[in-house]
Design a binder for this molecule. Structure first.
Ligand SMILES: Cc1cc2nc3c(=O)[nH]c(=O)nc-3n(C[C@H](O)[C@H](O)[C@H](O)COP(=O)(O)OP(=O)(O)OC[C@H]3O[C@@H](n4cnc5c(N)ncnc54)[C@H](O)[C@@H]3O)c2cc1C
Length: 434
């Protein structure tokens, strides 16, 4: 019986295993060093914030895997020999495979900062990071101030987590405005104000220079590059992005760039070896998407797609229209299609922007200047329906159509109707002044 070995029990690896089982009788082994059972990484923050226990982050009961004949092995793979189809574990033992799938996810970036490995300096990625955070920052007596370095989606989650325990937080953001490498100016500036309204010490255009130690090897302060200011703190959260977790492949024949290089069928350069999820790097990008997509649903889609291929129905990875969602403290963010910021905006793209007077809700719609075609939408503080925007993008709807039907895309049309008139009024104003 063919043996499929999957390294990584995250969303991509377990989706693959579940779908292979639905389609075949193959022998399946999932290996992970992190935890025995799959859990939802995106829910880690809610465990620290007390909204759920770690047990609740496991979508499947522990008996599920045995019942579905999916073997779980908790171990760390140190190297891969593709000639003999053998994996080597840190404990010295080995396992062989017929098909190998690399689904090893990401690791937090460290940029060689002095002091980056001190006690009390950590990322936010793994179950072990959650445990470390509980130790390093249980409350504001043990952790009198935390510094979070890196203004992305994980950074703002860590800020919110610490803030929920009343731990004072300084947030060092390299960019001149929060996440403005992605968000248009108006949105990014609204989020700056929102972060500050929670009492967070937001420092824009600020880089970490150095982390200082006390006499016990624990963090005592950070130094800010631009000003030289020394800030006393008990925790430093490093959230300056992630990179594929693939160091263990460096002596193998498998081609890597930043991630494991794959074609549209998620195949690597080596026969019978595939990669999916955060660690996969597309040789040719899909539309405007990045070659590495470190998001939950694309990992799931890659797992579903590869299961088809491995079970005899060869299928390319085809993720459809881009969408994503996140939360910036109390403000929910969703994006569908493409809305570029001012720096990345192509010549043909124009924006319609509306912001509520309370400064906690806004939308930006991107459209083509020449024919008004709808290109994408960002919404903040107003929850929209994915399937509606997906359909409108496929149907090449116009900006006028989208504005006049926005209500249909809203999760809660009753609640939304109060904003609908304001958005339409703002739109007709724009038309009159254009
Ligand atoms: C705090 C946080 C919040 C997030 N929130 C969101 C969100 O709201 N929306 C969203 O779309 N995305 C979010 N993400 C990103 C999302 O969680 C990832 O894209 C997704 O989990 C990646 O899944 P994966 O299967 O590729 O890998 P992972 O989930 O990283 O799983 C890979 C596993 O492989 C193991 N492994 C690695 N190397 C080895 C080895 N050599 N031997 C054995 N085991 C190994 C790892 O320990 C890990 O357990 C968030 C991420 C974090 C950290």
């Amino acid at each position: 019986m063919e043996h499929v070995v999957i390294i990584g029990n995250g969303i991509s690896g377990v989706t693959l295993a579940r779908h292979i089982r639905k389609l075949s009788n193959k022998k399946i082994t999932i290996i992970s060093a992190e935890t025995e059972y799959f859990f939802s990484r995106t829910a880690l923050m809610y465990v620290y914030m007390g909204h759920m226990t770690f047990e609740h982050t496991k979508p499947y009961e522990d008996w599920f895997w045995k019942k579905n004949r999916i073997e779980l092995k908790q171990a760390y793979v140190t190297s891969v020999n593709t000639a003999s189809k053998t994996l080597h574990f840190s404990e010295g033992n080995t396992i062989t495979y017929d098909k190998l799938v690399i689904a090893t996810g990401s690791k937090p970036n460290k940029f060689g900062w002095p002091g980056q490995d001190l006690d009390g300096v950590q990322g936010l990625y793994s179950k072990q990071d959650l445990d470390r955070l509980e130790q390093n920052a249980p409350n504001n007596e043990v952790c009198k101030r935390a510094v979070v370095v890196g203004g992305g989606l994980i950074g703002i989650e860590l800020v919110e987590m610490l803030n929920s325990r009343n731990i004072p937080v300084t947030f060092l953001v390299r960019e001149s405005s929060f996440w403005n490498s992605v968000l248009p100016e108006g949105e990014s500036e609204m989020i700056n104000r929102h972060i500050k309204s929670h009492g967070i010490d937001l420092r824009l255009s600020s880089n970490l220079k150095e982390i200082k130690s006390d006499t016990n090897g624990h963090v005592s302060a950070v130094i800010i590059e631009e000003t030289g200011e020394e800030l006393a703190c008990d925790l430093v959260g490093l959230t300056a992005g992630v990179t594929p977790n693939i160091d263990f492949l460096k002596d193998s024949e498998i081609e890597t760039g930043k991630g494991v290089k794959v074609n549209r069928f998620l195949e690597t350069n080596i026969k019978d070896v595939y990669a999916i999820g955060d660690c996969a790097e597309q040789q040719e990008t899909v539309g405007n998407r990045r070659p590495i997509e470190a998001v939950w649903y694309t990992g799931r889609m890659m797992g579903e797609t590869l299961a088809q291929t491995l079970c005899g129905n060869k299928m390319p990875y085809n993720p459809g229209h881009w969408f994503n969602s996140a939360k910036f403290m109390d403000i929910e963010y969703q994006t569908y299609g493409w809305v570029f910021n001012e720096k990345g905006q192509p010549d043909y793209e124009q924006h319609f922007h509306w912001k509520h007077k309370d400064d906690d809700k806004c939308i930006t719609i991107a459209y083509r200047k020449d024919n008004n075609a709808f290109l994408g939408i960002n919404t903040f503080g107003i929850r929209m329906k994915h399937d509606v925007f997906d359909k409108w993008l496929t149907e090449h709807r116009t900006l006028d159509y989208v504005i006049s039907h926005l209500k249909n895309a809203n999760f809660d049309p009753e609640f939304y109707s109060q904003y609908d008139d304001q958005i339409k009024a703002a739109y007709s104003n724009t038309l009159q002044t254009a």
